[in-house]
Design a protein around this ligand. Structure first.
Ligand code: GLN
Length: 282
């Protein structure tokens, strides 16, 4: 079978599971023949031998089964960094770039802030911020050693010398430190959310957060103030239908300046708040 025919056939089959079927087909074929995409357009008449077709079919079946492209290729682009991802980490989402954008809006260009990324996963958010604010020191934590191994590789590849990775639950590894800004994309999906069925390849521990999906956001709201300087920022990604609940939780924990921002799809996605140094009301 010729390359162009193989792509057309694969794209047709993938359209059942993917909105970007043709692109997926091309990328999977490139991975099979270990060539850049430009090769596919320059040599549409090349013929795939049987062994290569078998290898292509193996990748096709994984994708047809619903496995994310990023796990098959092992990489994902985020904030123009090419990142490794593995089933130990969430695939970084485009909407999470809003978290980075809002953080950069508040961190002055030459600031030497201490910044904390809680539940860093692949390290996407930490690396994006670190690359834009070289004078800042970014600490990134995760409870999963397997996720941290992926983050470590990404930090090394991105050559970020201003990131420190620490293992542990939420703020536990940084107790006693002080930060100017904390960002987090915590798990926030409800345990019984139907959407989890389609996210079966990604780590449940990075997605699900109790009956109402707010378990970890509550933990962060009550603990993060203690490790912020007065006036310090907390920025949290959450579900599109959680903005009100998140605001109420933050308010009850003594945060001020609470404001929610919409992602590119127009959905309320990131809430920011400030810590004025006072204790939470009892
Ligand atoms: N945005 C993800 C999704 O719903 C969830 C990410 C998360 O829980 N942090 O697919």
């Amino acid at each position: 079978m010729r390359l162009d025919a193989a792509i057309a056939d694969a794209a047709e089959r993938l359209s059942r599971v993917s909105d970007s079927a043709r692109l997926d087909a091309e990328i999977l074929l490139c991975q099979t023949i270990d060539m850049p995409r430009s090769y596919l357009f320059a040599h549409p008449e090349d013929v795939l031998d049987e062994l290569t077709r078998d290898r292509f079919e193996t990748l096709m079946l994984r994708r047809l089964n619903g496995e994310p492209m990023s796990y098959i290729t092992g990489t994902r682009e985020f904030w123009s960094h090419e990142l490794l991802v593995s089933p130990a980490t969430l695939v970084p989402r485009p909407e999470t770039e809003l978290l980075v954008e809002l953080a950069l809006r508040e961190i002055p260009r030459n600031a030497e802030w201490q910044i904390l990324d809680l539940g860093t996963g692949s390290g996407a958010v930490a690396i994006a911020i670190a690359g834009e604010r070289l004078m800042c020191k970014i600490t990134a934590t995760d409870i999963s050693p397997d996720a941290l191994a992926v983050a470590r590789e990404n930090v090394r590849h991105a050559q970020m010398s201003n990131i420190t990775l620490l293992e542990g639950s939420w703020i536990a590894p940084v107790a006693g430190s002080k930060f100017e800004l904390i960002v987090s994309n915590p798990p926030y999906v409800r345990d019984d959310d139907e959407a989890l069925k389609n996210l079966g390849y990604e780590p449940l521990s990075a997605l699900a957060a109790g009956k109402d999906g707010l378990r970890d956001i509550r933990t962060l709201a009550s603990g993060a103030g203690g490790i912020l300087v007065p006036g310090g920022w907390l920025m949290l990604e959450h579900g599109a239908d959680q903005a009100k609940d998140v605001a109420a939780i933050l308010q009850a924990s003594g945060w001020s300046g609470i404001a929610c921002h919409n992602d590119l799809a127009g959905k309320p996605r990131v809430t920011v708040a400030r810590w004025d140094g006072k204790q939470a009301p009892s």
